[in-house]
Design a protein. Sequence first.
Lengths: 111, 113
Amino acid sequence: GEDVEQSLFLSVREGDSSVINCTYTDSSSTYLYWYKQEPGAGLQLLTYIFSNMDMKQDQRLTVLLNKKDKHLSLRIADTQTGDSAIYFCAEWVGGGNKLTFGTGTQLKVEL
Amino acid sequence: NAGVTQTPKFRVLKTGQSMTLLCAQDMNHEYMYWYRQDPGMGLRLIHYSVGEGTTAKGEVPDGYNVSRLKKQNFLLGLESAAPSQTSVYFCASSYTGRASPLGFGPGTRLTVL
């Protein structure tokens, strides 16, 4: 199938690290993406990783890719209240021209 | 450079009515997409286009039609709206297909009574 799976909710305290996990299905995926959606807004590209990489760091964001297990994670260091949002992982599926999204993880940051 | 814009932002329809959602992009992108977002289901692809004059079905195309007469515009039509089409609709575009990230519009919230 083409399901991209994520847990629905994550709650963390301000200042802690957040780790959002994703499992994908298509082993031929070349790029995997993380998008952020703030309330009432569209999706904003956060970061992406190419399939020949294991890790990518971008300021407070770290993306880890385990191709063997088809597992992708997004770590947010020093999580702030402004990080509260829904986070989607996404992969290109097979030879098609479509980006398939996970169900989204709602991150809640508590003071 | 406005990016991806969508009109209208909100709409309420009665069952059986028709409407067209308009998506416009000013980035000269070849690929355009319509997704719907429902709670707990993520984003599901309705239709997409890989260039002017082309359209293709996505994951949930039933009840929708699309047209891409001009490169910068991608229209989504509902011929006879049903309550199951109550959703938030997002348009997106990208320069190419694979390996090219999508830029999203702000969304259209549609309620069908």
